[in-house]
Design a protein around this ligand. Sequence first.
Ligand code: NAD
Length: 437
Amino acid sequence: MDISIIGSGYVGLVTGACFADVGHNVICVDNDEAKVKALQAGRIPIYEPGLEQIIHRNVTAHRLRFSSSIREGVDNSQIVFIAVPTPPQPNGEVDLSFIEKVSREIADVLTDYRVIVDKSTVPVKTGERVTETIKRYNRRGAKFDVVSNPEFLREGCAIHDLMHPDRIVIGSQSQHAVDLMKKVYEPFMAPILVTDINSAELIKHAANSFLALKISYINAISAICQVSGADVEKVADGIGMDRRIGRQFLNAGIGYGGSCFPKDVAAFIHISDQLGVPFTLLQEVQRINGLQKERFLKLIRDTLWVLREKRIAVWGLTFKPDTDDVRSSVAVELVDAMLREGAHVSVYDPKGMEKGRELKAVADAKFEKSPLEAVKGAEALVIATEWPEFANIDFAEVKKQMTTPIVFDGRNLLNPETMGELGFHYHSIGRASVIPR
Ligand code: NAD
């Protein structure tokens, strides 16, 4: 199939690369000229494991190319995917101006029948708006169908998620559009759920909100474990072994972040309010998530007494491992909070340093070249992102480098017993602290 994708970010670029890899001809379009030039020159603007190889392979095979022209994309494809940002506004409402703009731009160049597919995460009923907008601005009366096809990939394992999806949701009123979409996804051999557009749009917000709810649920339990002497990891194992519940997303920590969960929960709260059926359960999910970070900061303050002038090392800036994405990262929020309290913070992240350096919130932190450099002279180490490589560091060496061996493990990455044996003061989430005598 001939496909174009408008918006070449974390979703658009990975989707385009995977579509090309299964044999489609793909044009990835972006209005960021510098990004397009970089891609055309073979430089990949984001870090996602395996992405670079797939892009190079498919560019060489002439199945994938990049452009800054929506006209070029629309003219040369049967199906046009939209994967532009849908960022939150301060009141939680989704900013749909990117979607509206792209709809007008598509309308402007549309001459023949095309399937216009929304892959961005949007509020229910957005498809209706996209349809109206394209009709209004397309003066030639060209035929088209609008489809909702929400994306469920996780950054860090996006290629795997795209190549082996649990399900593909196709929301459309048009059988012809559904048939074309099924052809696009045929090579992936995944279960396909066909719905109306509104249901498809709602599925995405409902799914992400449920996952956020699961995280807040175990985080609320971690607080109970902390004061009752229970171990949240054991409790999570015990709950998760029940197949009706499952162990995934039951990892206690300093809360969810990133460019999806916080925004999608806020959006779903706003959408349900607008529809007159407030989803108050989700307000509690949000509140617990914020509390978790505050509780962790309080633990750090209670232990170190005063943060001013303290040297604190932070491992991790990205919102999760295996990505360079630092958008709405709790790690960044923690560094920001400690800097505001006057601490000297040194940070290290395996892939998030470049994007981290661009953030005002952490501009006063010292960016170090390695985890060991970061802990030199530190009075405490905070683990803010669960990069697997942090677990394999020589902690005897870490202890040697630190002024006082205190560790706050915000992701329960390390083993409390081992840390105690090495002589660390070790604090984690929902597990007893280890304080050597
Ligand atoms: P992103 O910011 O990484 O990428 C968006 C791209 O769109 C950018 O490169 C930007 O330059 C481009 N763009 C903006 N306006 C444009 C226009 N008018 N014409 C052409 N290009 C334009 O965003 P993302 O993380 O890929 O997210 C895109 C959508 O997918 C959002 O709705 C998001 O909620 C959703 N989503 C994201 C993820 C994720 O893990 N990142 C997962 C599922 C769904």
